[in-house]
Design a binder for this molecule. Structure first.
Ligand code: BES
Ligand code: ZN
Ligand code: ZN
Length: 483
């Protein structure tokens, strides 16, 4: 666990293994680096562009063992997100090299709440490794134990800690292998979270879901020996300043084989992250419990394993969803939307007025947006604008996709109210359109995170594996709630 604190002493006096100093592109440095850094600029060895890195041992006049200049690009477009990225990248370079304590010197216009929070988030995110199942002690010798911020704000520090830890919490759960993280195990994580953070916890089991009539969710679950769950976590503000009730619905397919419409075996192991939407909601609820916003928030996490087998759902099956509409299952691999719709109907019955769902829903969103932006679909422009504000404040990249009525045509079934797939064209949009048919009154945004929840390769600022995408944006949406 990384200890995070504000420095009592000025930056020069901090005893640490590595002191980070921000350096800008095209600007003569006049900070702690002094002549050393100025010479590096002159020789062209260091220019201050994003991810530039220069390290000096035993720097003159500093208590720190190392001084590290981290490039953040041009001063004009220096944003918290650049600082977050640069700090994360620096920590990834320093960890495992005998550095256990890191500090950063913030100053002037770049030392307020937002920059402080971003620096702390960067430290936490950069230090994360998805190695919980590796044995051996060496991994413990690499983690950064202490991160000190000089010149930052106390409120920013606390906020950054909450958001960074929440995102890593989410990443660790998403990284769990599918034999370990069954729906039952996921519910157990949620129960423990509720216990430690003071949230209400409830779980609907198969019998309860059958009694309610959640035929869409249960149809997906029937092929697996692992029982399905619908996890419900509730945050209630001490004094609600709003009549609104935010619902966070997260797809949690703990493993997606595709079912009878089975996926190719190549790369199928990645489908353990098909619960990243649910994982994001757990992380967001962890942050919300600590940030204590004034709006009520309920997370609903439908969790199943999508398996083929003699009990499995078949293409051609017709199921009846909780809201009464019938669905013809043409492809058992389009299972995410089937579990989401019953959870969404249930969320509205619990009184949610605003809904955000997050799901690794379609390969088509990866084709459309790659691994950079997640896709967003909505039935409410004003609510979307608020989420877009939160995403931009948190430096998460979201891209709005269209959702015209015309896309509904592709989902008409000759035998049921709807079919669960459209054609190949606009696959992420027809998936969203399908879900939209089950939103009755709420303002709703659907986030397709299939392209952004998992890094296929390590990046300078982030390890390979789960990214924890959406956690910060959703926590910020709740934290800054206004009517
Ligand atoms: N979990 C997948 C979507 C996915 C694909 C997530 C790639 C992450 C990476 C989802 O359940 C799925 O299989 N969707 C199908 C829908 C199709 C059958 C209409 C897809 O995208 O191919
Ligand atoms: Zn699938
Ligand atoms: Zn899936």
């Amino acid at each position: 666990m990384m200890e995070i604190k504000l420095a009592a002493a000025p930056a020069a006096g901090i005893e640490t293994d590595a002191l980070l100093e921000v350096a800008f592109e095209g600007a003569k440095p006049d900070g702690l680096g002094g002549v050393w850094l100025a010479e590096l600029y002159d020789s062209g060895e260091f220019s201050g562009k994003m991810l530039d890195f220069a390290l000096r041992h035993r720097p003159d006049g500093l208590a720190a063992k190392r001084l590290v200049a981290i490039g953040v690009g041009k001063g004009d477009d220096f944003k918290p997100s650049s600082l977050r990225k640069a700090v994360a990248a620096a920590l990834r370079k320093l960890r495992g090299k005998g550095v256990r304590r890191v500090a950063i010197a913030l100053s002037g216009a770049y030392a307020g709440d937002e920059f402080t929070a971003a620096a702390v988030e960067g430290a936490l995110l950069g230090d994360f490794e998805p190695d919980q199942h590796k044995t051996g002690r060496d991994k413990e010798d690499k983690a950064i134990l202490e991160f000190t911020v000089s010149g930052g704000s106390a409120a920013g520090l606390e906020r950054g800690r909450i958001l960074g830890e929440a995102q890593n919490f989410s990443r660790e759960i998403i990284n769990e292998p599918p034999n370990v993280l069954t729906p039952t195990a996921l519910a157990e994580h949620a129960r423990k979270l509720a216990e430690t953070c003071g949230l209400d916890y409830e779980v609907l089991d198969r019998a309860r879901m059958a009694q309610l009539g959640m035929g869409a969710l249960l149809g997906v679950a029937q092929g697996s020996a692992e029982p399905p769950v619908l996890i419900v976590l509730r945050y209630k503000p001490a004094q609600a300043s709003s009549a609104a009730h935010l619902g966070l619905v997260g797809k949690a397919v703990t493993f997606d084989t595709g079912g009878i419409s089975i996926k190719p075996s190549e790369g199928m192991e990645k489908m353990k992250y098909d619960m990243a939407g649910g994982g994001a909601m757990l992380g967001a609820m962890r942050a919300i419990a600590q940030l204590k916003p004034s709006v009520a928030v309920t997370a609903l996490i439908p969790s199943v394993e999508n398996m083929p087998g003699s009990r499995a759902q078949r293409p051609g099956d017709i199921v009846r969803s909780l809201n009464g509409k019938t669905v013809e299952v043409l492809n058992t691999d389009a299972e995410g939307r089937m579990i989401l719709i019953d959870a969404i109907t249930y969320a509205e019955r619990l009184g949610c007025t605003h809904l955000v769902d997050a799901a690794t829903l379609t390969g088509a969103i990866v084709v459309a947006l790659g691994n950079i932006h997640f896709g967003a679909f909505t039935n409410d422009d004003a609510f979307y604008a608020r989420l877009a504000d939160a995403a931009s404040k948190e430096g998460e990249r979201m891209w709005r996709m269209p959702l015209d009525e015309d896309y509904l045509e592709a989902l008409k079934s000759p035998f049921a109210d709807l079919q669960n797939i459209g054609g190949r064209a606009g696959g992420s949009i027809t998936a969203a359109m399908f879900i939209r048919q089950f939103v009755e009154k709420a303002a709703w945004v659907h986030l397709d995170i299939a392209g952004t929840a998992w890094n296929d390769d390590a990046k300078p600022d982030m390890a390979k594996g789960p990214t924890g995408v959406c956690v910060r944006t959703l926590a910020e949406l709740a934290a800054s709630w206004r009517d």
